[in-house]
Ligand binder design. Sequence first.
Ligand code: ARG
Length: 273
Amino acid sequence: MKNRLAKIFYSLAAVGAAIFLISGCGSKKTGAVDTIKDKGTLVVGTSADYAPFEFPIVKDGKKEIVGYDMMVAQKIADDMGVKLKIVNTEFPSLISELKNKKIDLIMAGMVSTPERRKVIAFSKPYYKVYNVVLVQKKDAKNFPTKASLAGKQIGVQQSTTQEAIARKQLKSSKLVTESQLTSLTTELKEGKLSGVVCEKAIADNYLATYPDKYAVAKVKLVTPEENKNIDIGIRKDDKDLKKRIDKVLTKLEKSGQLDKMFKKAQKIQAENK
Ligand code: ARG
């Protein structure tokens, strides 16, 4: 009897030890970089309504999301030796998608505000922005001051720094929010809005693509320092991934490739409008 119990005990112990060994000793936690390498794919979330950062084009009959962010994303994927997958969603839901692990990174022309820093981490900056008011070409000279926009319908993309800036600085205007920036710029073109608050880099793109439709108003908005840096959104726990990404960004910046990629994205947009 004793012997039989001992036998059972030893075989259970052996099974336990085997499980322990197979599962990699149970203790060592793999980092985010290793997890991505194991998957073989880096999943980047974006909101493709933001040329030249991210926008859709049709290539060989297939819709594809391209832009500055996607070029930088490809470099990060290449650095880890994995494939890149772009997930397109609306800007206001990106942070929860990241937290719920539906995506590995946010690359959506996203500014690293103090509020966002409370919930996620960010890479070092890879582009600088400031805000302007995009208007119809015919109104180019009509809005020299904030007061001149009083009572006017002004569009801002929901949950963006533009919304926060407009709520503070254009208090006497009527703000209209949409989850996609492209809906607002279309409404502006159709005369349903008097202006759209957006970053200069985005406004420039509309001016270059539709020179007879849009202009930048004379009115000056203040862009707070903390709303100027476009960074990559990363989960707070993924410290190893942040380190790796910052290294890639430093390299791309020093070699002048960031600048080149931005210009290339503008060119692709102009050719595919
Ligand atoms: N830079 C602004 C922000 O971080 C707007 C970004 C909007 N991005 C987009 N892909 N639509 O709030």
